[in-house]
Design a protein around this ligand. Structure first.
Ligand SMILES: [Zn+2]
Length: 555
């Protein structure tokens, strides 16, 4: 065995219920050899050459935090475009300020149009948030800004592209085009919206050279990894691998990892619709062939489906009584009646399914599908996961548990969005019960917490996610949204460590600090179990350790 490095700490929260605390952890070859105290590990220390590292002797170590649903490369790419969103946002040139409302956004677009010398060059922007910036944009509104320069605005949650007439022409659709996800005015004329993955992809094509500039993927990943370290994240899953290109995305990850010092483990979860377009009947063979390329730091995992719209852009599917203003939301590309047949090959192959469902109508459909898959071929330990699980009912939580399913939930919406959507979109009842974690806990369903960074107007900060889950404090700093849905600090900490690892089927390797597991830690300035739960989000993150290698948060 290689020389041991023994990290001492003020406190270690192992998340191993059998041995919950420790003060020293011995590491060799990237894995934990022993965890306990300098005394308890003497049988190892007497036999193996070692050094004691006291760097963290007054810090708190917890397992490296896991954000099980992000889009680091894709969102990092958008973050290189001109920004028109509501909150301050990282860009390649630093932090960019937010714009308060739609009028400010339109004024910014006007500035961008007038600053362009070449009239054939489009204005390509991202970050618009109809919920907090005062309603959707549309073609007529954008034609007022310019009816000659093509304007392209991607919503922050990138489920909608808003365009003006010159941009619609460049995309190549007309009022007569019939395709999924084209928005229309009541008279049938295109309104300039391209909604959900298929139509968004269509809208991206003519501006791809601006969105996907050479080298942008690698740059984006490096930038996003620094954000991850600052928030204690050591593992994440990219939940839409293949959105741009399976090869380029894989290669970019391989490039940053092989360069050395990349502080994250990444699971790439292939997007079903792209798998089908790209590989057709050979898609399972492709997934089998990728298995040999998996490493501890980069691996293919499961399959992803997207079956309705987004919470912040108010395009999810709701049961009765629906939206406040009669909106209908949108389904994904796979027709719901084909869902069982479409998921079947993956279910049959034993590939874990991650199925995006935000609204309660979509959750019903997803549970019906899971029930049908179970009756066709009963499976244990399938870990079928509903992604987001934003607006659900008590009955759905119980049925999810009964079917052996799990939920990967975005809790940030409770704090950042629920008051907005009480008035706009979903109404007070649905807004209040956003992210029903208490119900899932009572039902006995496994769940984890994710950020979807950076596609839903919020940070990637698992301790903030835990703080929201424990306190459910709305953005006004006073209102507690559905207090019965709050969970304990321990359950919230599990949801960003060991339970997140379980949902990603990596719990044999990460998520808790046990002998034999990978030596991934988040280094904290305070103990989440000792601190007032109202201050969870304020815990300083000093850095991370990945496979025994420290990464400082200020790097
Ligand atoms: Zn996502």
């Amino acid at each position: 065995m290689d020389k041991l490095r023994v990290f001492t700490a003020g406190q270690i929260r192992t998340m191993d219920p059998g041995r919950p605390t420790a003060t020293a952890v011995a590491v060799s070859q990237g894995r934990i050899v022993s965890i306990g105290s300098l005394e308890s590990m003497q049988p190892w220390l007497r036999r193996v050459d070692h050094e004691v590292d006291d760097t963290y002797s007054d810090r708190v170590l917890v397992p490296g935090l896991i954000d099980p649903h992000t889009h680091l490369r894709m969102s990092g790419t958008f973050m290189g475009l001109d920004y028109v969103g509501p909150i301050p946002c990282q860009s390649p040139s630093g932090l960019v300020r937010g714009l308060d409302d739609r009028a400010a956004v339109l004024a910014r677009l006007k500035d961008l149009v007038t600053s362009i010398d070449d009239p054939t060059r489009p204005v390509v922007t991202w970050g618009y948030d109809p919920g907090s910036q005062g309603g959707h944009l549309d073609r007529d509104m954008l034609d007022q800004i310019s009816d000659t320069v093509p304007i392209w605005v991607l919503s922050y949650a990138p489920h909608i592209v808003y365009t003006n007439t010159p941009m619609i022409k460049r995309i190549g659709v007309t009022d007569e085009t019939s395709a999924h996800g084209l928005g229309r005015y009541p008279d049938g004329r295109l309104n300039g919206w391209f909604i959900e993955t298929g139509a968004v992809g269509m809208a991206v094509a003519p501006v791809a050279e601006y969105v996907y500039r050479p080298g942008f993927g690698v740059e984006a990943l490096s930038r996003q990894a620094a954000v991850a370290v600052r928030n204690g994240v050591t593992t994440t899953a990219d939940m839409i691998w293949g959105a741009e290109s399976f090869e380029r995305e894989w290669d970019d990850h391989e490039e940053v990892i092989s360069a050395g010092g990349f502080p994250l483990r990444v699971l790439l979860v292939p997007f079903h619709s792209r798998l089908e377009t790209k590989y057709g009947d050979g898609r399972l063979d492709f997934l089998r062939s990728m298995k040999e390329r998996n490493t501890d730091q980069l691996a293919v995992h499961g399959v992803k489906f997207v079956n309705d719209g987004s919470y912040p852009s108010m395009t999810l599917k709701l049961n009765f009584p629906g939206y406040l203003d009669g909106e209908e939301g949108l389904t994904g590309e796979v027709p719901w009646e084909d869902m069982v047949e479409t998921m079947w090959p993956y279910w049959n192959e034993g590939i874990q399914i991650h199925s995006h469902a935000n609204g309660d109508q979509t959750i019903d459909m997803t549970l019906d599908t899971l029930a049908e898959l179970q009756s066709r071929k009963p499976r244990f330990d399938h870990r079928f996961t509903i992604e987001h699980y934003s607006i659900s009912t008590v009955a759905q939580g119980r049925r999810l548990a009964a079917l052996g399913g799990m939920a990967s939930v975005n809790p940030y919406f409770v704090h950042y969005r629920s008051l907005i959507h009480s008035e706009s979109g979903f109404g007070p009842d649905r807004a209040a019960v956003t992210a029903r974690l208490g119900t899932l806990e009572q039902a006995g369903a496994m769940f984890t917490l994710h950020s979807d960074y950076n596609l839903v107007v919020g940070p990637m900060a698992p301790l903030t996610a835990a703080w929201v889950a424990v306190n459910r404090l709305a953005a006004d700093g006073e209102t507690v949204m559905a207090p019965g849905e709050r969970i304990s600090v321990d359950r919230a900490m599990r949801a960003i460590t060991t339970d997140a690892a379980f949902v990603l089927r990596r719990d044999h390797d990460i998520g808790s600090l046990e002998v034999g597991k990978l030596a991934d830690f988040a280094v904290l300035g305070d103990d989440p179990y000792e601190l007032d739960p109202a201050r969870l989000k304020d815990i300083p993150v000093v850095g991370t350790v990945l496979g025994g290698v420290p990464h400082a948060a200020n790097d």
